[in-house]
Ligand binder design. Structure first.
Ligand code: EPU
Length: 417
């Protein structure tokens, strides 16, 4: 069952609870739980493929992991840790690099395989390494691993060249146990950073300013394990909003904060959709066809790069022409070739795409190249003239607990095959 078939149907209708943000928030908090010996219960953590990999990384390090309910995990980090993240696991999932900061802080050493590039770009780690270095860690990269050690981590002033999510997370989780004050300037402001900082503070850390560009951390001697509940997945919520934009209809998304998707709501609004805050989450309604607007991706609170493939799929069916600019990753337009197979009219040049909208697309077999690209192709299939089959669906299952199921709940004609 590594493919998903979709046919156009009725406009989307109904209410759905958005899943917990396992991939972009849960995995980071699991890594952060390594900072304190003890038991952490993590709730609202639905299973996705990347979680399986993070569990294997944590087990390799010496943590005990147990499912206590369908969306709830118990993590015991009381034992002695082996501070090494193996190559076979890290290459399957980049978020494994998030164990680097916590392992250095707790064990004084860490050996983590380098994840390498992937289908969306180079994805360097220089800001992670430079920041840890400024805090007193010695890092050496050899034979495909980063070997890091320190006698003690010291607070430092770190200015990030770009508001990298992963670097902010790694530095934050190292700084909480460093001696003295760490200031991270040009920090990433993504809601997942705020979720992580709130968890760290409940463990006893002193983190101020998460969600702004300046994060200040006053290091403490030790942290104690505590429970956590993962925020609703804003990327899944956005995916369903784009689906509604493509298929038309009216949907209510529960369990997600409107404020985390304000720019998406604004852009979809400019395109002719109505998206507003509801007491339980987000309400949206779309007419049959939207109109094109230009989009450029930026770090939060800008338009997230993770929505870009879905925005391109939507624009491919809108009236008018739009320019889409990708500012975060250097190779995120590969999926466009698959959309071209569906008859889309798109010209791409490095970081820009010109998308000329058409009434409908042509159903075709296509291939998911990464998690969001696969989701975008499925959405495109909601407006194609027949059955579109998205192959290599495992990429999408890395980040969504069950995207076909969620869309089917809203009335889409979708099956795994
Ligand atoms: N970068 C560097 N040096 C560094 C770190 C990053 O040059 O030391 C560059 C990257 O190459 C990239 C840019 O900075 O061009 C942004 O990278 P960032 O570190 O912010 O991304 P990330 O932490 O690797 C997370 C999400 C991505 C999401 C980005 C941006 C997770 C597991 N991944 O990646 O999610 O696109 O932040 O918001 O949280 C996805 O969900 O599909 C996905 C790719």
């Amino acid at each position: 069952m590594n493919s998903v078939a979709v046919r156009p149907g009725e406009p989307l209708h109904g209410t759905i609870k958005v899943s917990g943000a396992t991939k972009n928030s849960g995995l980071k908090q699991l890594a952060a739980a390594l900072l304190a010996p003890g038991v952490t219960r993590v709730r609202n953590l639905p299973k996705v493929q990347d979680l399986e990999v993070m569990i294997a990384v944590l087990e390799a390090i010496g943590a005990k992991v147990e499912w206590t309910a369908p969306d709830e995990l118990r993590l015991d980090t009381s034992g002695t840790l082996e501070p090494e993240a193996p190559y076979e696991l890290v290459t399957q999932m980049r978020a494994s690099i998030n164990v680097l900061g916590p392992l250095l802080a707790r064990c004084g050493e860490a050996r983590v395989a380098l994840p390498g590039g992937d289908n969306i770009g180079n994805r360097k780690l220089d800001m992670h390494f430079n920041g840890l270095n400024a805090m007193g860690a010695e890092l050496e990269v050899s034979h495909g691993f980063v070997n890091a050690r320190c006698n003690a981590l010291n607070g430092a002033r770190i200015v990030l060249e770009f508001p990298s999510v992963g670097a902010t997370e790694n530095l934050l989780t190292a700084a909480v146990l460093a001696k003295g004050e760490t200031v991270i300037e040009n920090a990433a402001r993504e809601p997942e950073i705020t979720d992580l900082a709130a968890f760290l503070n409940r463990m006893g850390a002193h983190v101020l300013g998460a969600g702004t560009s300046t994060i200040t951390v006053e290091g403490v001697d030790e942290l104690s394990s505590t429970d956590t509940e993962i925020m609703g997945d804003r990327i899944e919520a956005g995916t369903l909003l784009f689906a509604c934009g493509i298929a038309g209809g009216e949907i209510l998304l529960e369990g997600v904060q409107f404020e985390n998707l304000e720019i998406v709501a604004m852009k979809l609004g400019e395109m002719g959709m109505r998206v507003s805050k509801a007491p339980e989450g987000i309400w949206a309604a779309a007419p049959e066809r939207l109109r094109a607007v230009d989009i450029q991706t930026l770090p939060y609170p800008g338009f997230a790069t993770d929505f870009m493939p879905m925005a391109v799929a939507l624009l491919a069916t809108c009236s008018g022409t739009a320019i889409v600019t990708e500012n975060v990753f250097d190779n995120r337009f590969s999926f466009v070739d698959e959309l071209l197979r569906m008859g889309a009219d798109i010209t791409t040049d490095s970081r820009h795409s010109v998308v000329r909208g058409q009434e409908g697309l042509s159903a075709a077999p296509v291939r998911a190249l990464d998690v969001r690209a696969g989701a975008a192709l499925l959405l495109a299939g909601l407006r194609a003239d027949g059955e579109t089959i998205v192959h290599d669906w495992h990429h999408v299952d890395r980040g969504y607990p069950d995207l076909p199921g969620a869309l089917a709940t809203l009335g889409a004609n979708i099956n795994r095959c």
